[in-house]
Ligand binder design. Structure first.
Ligand SMILES: [Zn+2]
Length: 306
């Protein structure tokens, strides 16, 4: 009888360990070549010297998450900062394109910190001025920490005509989290995006559904030729690209409802770009990477406002 209990305990332990491994540690094996980033097509769509002269950024909010929730297999006991920014591409003539819009205090309280900790209202207000002054607004994807600053903007009616949002972004299954007010979604004219497309000089949007249905890569070639690739939330941390390892199943599947295999394939496609450093990858929420880009002067802190 003693032996029976020993076996039962061992079996329960193995079952629990297997579930924990699948939910928290495992990540799909990426398939080489399954996702192709057509940089040649992107490069062919931009004109030399026509791009922005500066890439700028403003941090609107900050939160933290276990490293193991960002990259499967990493420590669940190590907290990593998760920054929420908006970017501004500034052209020589003073015109500007904004990429992403963070979120407002109400969405921050709902999704990150009920007491509002980590939210910078002054930065949010400055970002709103940046959005108002921009000629065009893009988002890497339709999640609340990228689109929420438009959805909850006091100037939504003013911003909607210049927001270049795709049909996939405006109809995504997680769009309800962004909490558009009734009637506001109808103010946007959706763009049908199925191939790399240039909405502004030096800028090309490349569809990359997976993390969300409206996820896209945004390629930017600065006027001096330096290239950037905004990868949105395909990765939350550059290590996910370095090791082609996505978020754990419990985050990826249950919280985000992303296509895990497609994201793994995209991470693998991004890996050589990060390793070669021939173009600058911008991982939306990676604090350490952002600090490095600011130090190297590749991204300039703060927005240029009129
Ligand atoms: Zn995000």
């Amino acid at each position: 009888m003693k032996r029976f209990w020993r076996w039962l305990i061992a079996l329960v332990f193995i079952a629990l360990a297997t579930i924990a491994y699948k939910m928290l540690w495992a990540s799909p094996t990426p398939i080489a070549g399954a996702f192709n980033i057509d940089l040649q097509a992107a490069r062919g769509l931009v004109t030399d010297g026509a791009g922005p002269v500066e890439v700028r950024a403003i941090k609107v909010a900050e939160a933290s998450a276990p490293f193991g929730a960002m990259v499967a297999g990493k420590s669940l006991f190590t907290q990593k900062s998760l920054i929420i920014l908006a970017y501004q591409l500034v052209y020589a003539d003073g015109s500007a394109v904004m990429i992403d819009s963070a979120h407002d205090l109400s969405l921050h309280q709902r999704s990150f910190a009920p007491d509002g900790a980590g939210f910078d209202q002054d930065a949010f207000d400055r970002m709103q001025q940046g959005l108002r002054a921009a000629d065009l607004i893009l988002v890497t994807h339709e999640h609340l920490d990228h689109l929420g600053g438009i959805a909850q903007s006091p100037y939504l009616a003013e911003l909607a005509p210049k927001a270049w949002l795709t049909r996939a972004q405006l109809t995504g299954p997680t769009l309800s989290h962004v909490q558009f007010k009734p009637g506001d979604l109808e103010r946007f004219a959706p763009v049908d995006l199925s191939a790399p497309t240039s909405p502004a000089p030096g800028v090309v949007v490349i569809p990359a559904p997976g993390h969300s249905t409206g996820s896209q890569l945004i390629y930017v070639r600065r006027a001096d030729g330096h290239e950037f690739l905004f990868v949105g939330d395909i990765a939350w941390h550059a290590d996910a690209i370095r090791h082609s390892t996505g978020r754990p199943h419990v985050v990826s599947h249950y919280m985000l409802q992303e296509d895990r295999q497609v994201v793994a394939n995209q991470l693998l496609a991004l890996q050589p770009l990060l390793a070669k450093d021939e173009l600058t990858l911008i991982v939306a929420h990676d604090d350490a990477q952002c600090r490095d880009l600011l130090e190297r002067g590749l991204v300039v802190e703060g927005l240029k406002l009129p």
